[in-house]
Design a binder for this molecule. Structure first.
Ligand code: HEM
Length: 138
């Protein structure tokens, strides 16, 4: 799960492409998520556009802090804690990861490859692990 320097560089460079269509990534992500796991949809109560903006901000911050991940941990821990209030279960992180990877693949069009997949997969695992600590914490 530890990110190599190559993983970090790949995430930064692919994000530069993803950011051009930032809102499309979030839209694509939620569409994929709700198709893969329809029972998750009713858990979302807020305006979808607002959740998309928050999700984008989180991804943006996560990429910004990729080389200083320790500094991001408190925010992710609190986000995980908040997710307990949303009724989220640890087992649901798997489908969120799958939906996000699929959206990145789609948004990068032909530029997606296995190295990029492994890099993002590792980073999503790292982010999720801290959120899950917050979710399970006191
Ligand atoms: C990598 C993992 C995840 C990230 C980065 C993430 C990110 C976010 C962010 C930034 C928000 C907005 C918080 C706010 O508005 O204050 C949010 C809300 C939410 N997330 Fe996640 N999330 C993740 C995993 C999950 C999982 C596994 C579920 C399970 C179903 C989930 C369900 C929700 C729900 C229900 C909301 C609240 C939306 C609403 O109030 O309408 N998230 N998430």
């Amino acid at each position: 799960m530890t990110l190599t320097n190559n993983d970090k560089a790949l995430i930064e460079s692919t994000y530069a492409h993803l950011i051009i269509n930032e809102l499309n990534l979030a839209k694509c992500f939620y569409r994929n998520l709700f198709e893969m796991a329809p029972l998750i949809k009713p858990m979302f109560k807020k305006d979808t556009a607002l959740v998309e903006v928050h999700f984008n901000e989180l991804i943006h911050t996560a990429v910004k802090y990729i080389k200083n991940f320790e500094e991001l941990k408190p925010e992710l821990y609190d986000l995980g804690k908040k997710h307990r209030g949303f009724g989220v279960k640890v087992g649901q992180f798997k489908v969120v990861k799958a939906a996000l990877l699929l959206s990145i693949e789609y948004e990068l069009k032909g530029q997606f490859n296995n190295d990029i997949k492994v890099a993002w997969s590792n980073y999503i695992d790292q982010i999720s692990a801290v959120m899950i600590e917050g979710l399970n914490g006191d």
